[in-house]
Design a protein around this ligand. Structure first.
Ligand code: ZN
Ligand code: ZN
Ligand code: ZN
Length: 175
């Protein structure tokens, strides 16, 4: 959960992004758009997308899947950012804090946010066949979890909504 105030639900620019991950699409354009939104967001907030943070985000944006911190570190090292684990961890922490990436707990890995821009409760759909991950708005699921918790007198501080299954391409034998 991010601490920024939530923008009005259903932002125009990110409206259709949730369904793209499992569909054939122009991913270069999709990733480029996400990177530009990230740049605009950090500029608005007055924080800096340093070269290593930007490169880490680009690496995560290469595909709709999650990457472990070690894999990101290897890629950063190959790009000349050094081989010190804190370099990758700090960059990933920054991206998560800013809502530009999410921690996928089930996979102990990170995925670029496909709906960046303010606090949201994402639901993740993870394909066990090809590793593809789609992010969808999970506010309704979150509300159900909170209602169930309230009935128990329980206060939810953190909830990860991650579903494992089969993406359309794997189901149709395309992946
Ligand atoms: Zn894409
Ligand atoms: Zn997100
Ligand atoms: Zn799949």
């Amino acid at each position: 959960m991010s601490r920024e105030p939530a923008p009005p639900a259903g932002g125009t620019e990110t409206g259709g992004a949730a369904s793209l991950a499992f569909a054939a699409h122009d991913h270069a354009r999709c990733a480029g758009g996400a990177l530009r939104r990230a740049e605009a967001l950090v500029a608005e907030r007055g924080v800096r997308l340093t070269p290593v943070r930007r490169r880490a985000l680009e690496i995560l944006l290469e595909a709709h899947r999650a990457m472990g911190a070690y894999e990101v570190l290897e890629r950063l090292a190959a790009d000349g950012f050094g081989r010190q684990p804190p370099v990758a961890y700090r960059a990933l922490d920054f991206l998560v804090e800013q809502g530009l990436a999410h921690r996928i707990r089930r996979l102990n890995a990170f995925a670029a946010c496909t709906l960046p821009g303010g606090a949201h409760s994402p639901a993740f759909f993870i394909c066990t066949g090809c590793g593809a991950i789609a992010e969808a708005p999970g506010e309704a699921i979150r509300a159900s979890v909170e209602a169930a918790a309230a009935a128990l007198g329980f206060t939810v501080e953190r909830a990860s909504i991650e579903a494992a299954g089969t993406c359309p391409a794997c189901r149709e034998g395309r992946a």
